[in-house]
Design a protein around this ligand. Structure first.
Ligand code: HAM
Length: 420
């Protein structure tokens, strides 16, 4: 019996897993630097949380949830997204009872039973942030700027930012009247009409050409913004311009989740084909109250780690070498191995990534594996080296070696690593 991973899951193993880790950390760091704090969330929640929070009209809830009954007969769902779980936690633990906005970040696997293809998985990885409790348009710009900084820190350039506003409840109510009236005049099958009755905005997201063509003439929300929403959206744009973040206004953007209001955005990569959305998010005015919390607005994003990695590979921006081990010790003989273990232990505590070649191989074999290991430096430790306290520090990229006193090896390495 040969086991395989379930269909459509993303999985990372060496050496690519190092790049995955690097991308994920790169996407999280700007949020940490802006004072967002970790919320470590469960991977499953009560199903009701998602149906209520994400919205019954969405594909995510109606077709893509991994839902099962647990041993206690409760309906449980593997989280398809992070926002509603984050808000559940904020409400449950009273994190919204301190200085607002409450600013948190999270990262991990998410689950959607989609048809798998390149860049679209049934288990995928996202990092997200949520800022709850302020409607300040500067916060919208900050959230967008953090996402932008994450992508740029990876060296990505070939992507663009699309933004729109879905307005406040007054804007949406006014728009909905005209949109529903328009939808009543067009030919649609029953299932689509049913979906539209739950959320008419969903039709803007329909992938079929005939529906797309019909929706081209539909009234768009941006034309119905209340004075408050218009002013808010204009201010967000001013902040983005001050931050020199370029954007395109896409009034027909529809996100796959129902809770969005006000500023809504998507980062689209230009080289990824059909699955080009590398990140997205927006405001959610009624969601906290819908989930039983205070009536506070919030805004956040989710960035696709798998897709950001594909984008970095497509643009050829993954840095070489940063993932390599700094030093490999090749001990020859028992005494040397003890010494190598002791040195490796000590070097690691000084922040030098150090490996030891195990298995008592011959020098020739050990050097071959040193070539393969991707180690930047190699030190062979034999009886002679132990006796005279001198080792050859070999730099693998250039093949050059220099003689170093064992007691100063760590200092020499740190200097060499800093300057390389
Ligand atoms: P989302 O756009 O549905 O937003 O997901 C966030 C990101 O996850 C997407 O932009 C995409 O890069 C990635 N992604 C989504 N589905 C898949 C998949 N099947 N395979 C690979 N990558 C995928 C949210 O989930 C919201 N919770 C974001 C948010 C936070 N809005 C407000 N706060």
């Amino acid at each position: 019996m040969k086991f395989q991973a379930p269909k459509g899951v993303s999985e990372y193993f060496p050496p690519r897993s190092r790049a995955f880790e690097w991308v994920r950390n790169g996407l999280i760091t700007p949020a940490q630097r802006a004072g967002y704090q970790l919320l470590e969330l469960p991977v499953f929640e009560d199903t009701e949380l998602f149906t209520r929070g994400v919205g019954a009209s969405t594909d995510v809830v109606s077709k893509e949830m991994y839902t099962f009954e647990d041993r206690g007969g409760r309906s449980i769902t593997l989280r398809p997204e992070g926002t509603v779980g984050a808000l559940r936690s904020i409400i449950e633990h009273g994190l919204d009872r301190t200085t607002l906005p409450t600013k948190i970040w999270y990262s991990g696997p998410f689950f959607r039973a989609e048809r798998p293809q390149a860049g679209r998985y049934r288990q995928f990885h996202s990092v997200g942030i949520e800022a709850v409790g302020s409607d300040d348009p500067a916060l919208d710009a900050e959230v967008i700027a953090i996402a932008d900084a994450g992508f740029r820190s990876l060296g990505l350039k070939q992507f663009h930012l699309e933004i729109t506003s879905l307005g406040d409840s007054a804007s949406r109510a006014a728009h909905r009247i005209d949109l529903v009236a328009y939808i009543a005049t067009i030919a649609l099958d029953d299932a689509t009409r049913e979906r539209a009755s739950l959320n008419p905005l969903r039709l803007f997201d329909d992938k079929r050409d005939d529906v797309k063509a019909l929706m081209q003439k539909a009234p768009i929300l941006l034309d119905y913004l209340s004075d408050y929403s218009k002013e808010h959206f204009a201010t967000v744009q001013k902040y983005l311009s001050a931050l020199e973040i370029e954007f395109i206004i896409n009034p027909r953007m529809v996100r796959g989740l129902d809770y969005y209001t006000g500023t809504t955005f998507e980062f689209v990569h230009d080289l990824l084909g059909a699955q080009s959305g590398i990140g997205g998010g927006g405001r959610y005015d009624g969601l906290m109250a819908e989930l039983g919390g205070q009536d506070l607005t919030g805004i956040g994003f989710g960035l696709g780690v798998d897709r950001a990695l594909l984008a970095a590979e497509a643009e050829g921006v993954l840095p070489e070498g940063v993932f390599n081990t700094d030093l490999l010790f090749i001990p020859l003989g028992h005494d040397a191995k003890v010494k190598a273990m002791v040195f490796a232990h000590e070097f690691r505590s000084q922040g030098i990534t150090t490996e030891v070649a195990f298995g008592d191989r011959t020098l020739k074999n050990a050097m071959k594996s040193a070539d393969k290991s991707g180690s930047r430096f190699v030190v062979v430790l034999g009886d002679a080296e132990l006796d005279n306290g001198q080792v050859e520090l070999k730099e693998m990229s250039s093949g050059t070696a220099r003689s170093v006193t064992l007691s100063t090896l760590a200092d020499v390495l740190v200097k060499a690593l800093l300057s390389s």
